[in-house]
Ligand binder design. Sequence first.
Ligand code: AP5
Length: 217
Amino acid sequence: MAKNIILLGPPGAGKGTQAKRLEETRGMVQLSTGDMLREAMASGSDMGKRVAAIMDRGELVTDEVVIGLIEEKLGQGTSGGVIFDGFPRTLKQADALGALMARLGRTLDAVIEMQVDDAVLVRRITGRYTCGQCGAVYHDETRPTKVAGTCDVCGSTEMKRRADDTEEALKTRLMEYYKKTSPLIGYYYAKGQLRSVDGLAEVDAVAAAITKVLDKV
Ligand code: AP5
């Protein structure tokens, strides 16, 4: 049966990497509010222009904007299951998601907390690059493309780095995470939906741990 899950963790925890894996292996759909906002910026839309500076600084955009994005996408071809990546990030967003899922008659099957040590995050974030075509995630040291500059998945040579992947912006992103997003750990624990995996393990081992959770819920 289709499962709907949240991947919860600080910037660089590996949410995007694992979401892409789940799309490939289980046919689930990744709903990344970060990606949606970056698409809006790239398209030059009014909303994209409004959020650009906020995102570059590493602050959270308003709840209304991201809740609207999720409402729009959740109805489109997601019956195979959804991975919420980077959403919800505040208690207000979590309440809104609960209400939306109830309205659509869907369930949230698990909230998977990816536990990491802050010390690894700077290295993970500053070494990250992604494929501009398919979004595959790489790292200068730990996960480079097999052929330099060419995506392993789709063969594109368009590689991108994010404007907020600097040490300075990461400090703000981490502060935002601890102030506004980490309370969700207690919120979902109290609802009996929280599961935790070791996000410091190798990518394959993290994927195996997530699969184990998914097979049980
Ligand atoms: P968003 O795009 O969601 O970024 P983030 O949460 O900061 O998370 P990241 O994408 O940086 O990290 P990740 O956990 O996906 O790590 P990844 O797999 O890439 O948000 C960006 C901004 O948008 C926010 O700051 C905010 O402004 C705005 N925004 C988005 N959603 C919002 C919301 N709901 N509300 C308000 N504002 C919102 O991995 C990182 C690196 O590590 C990669 O290079 C990867 O290869 C490597 N790696 C991954 N796993 C491993 C592993 N197990 N071992 C070794 N290396 C690994």
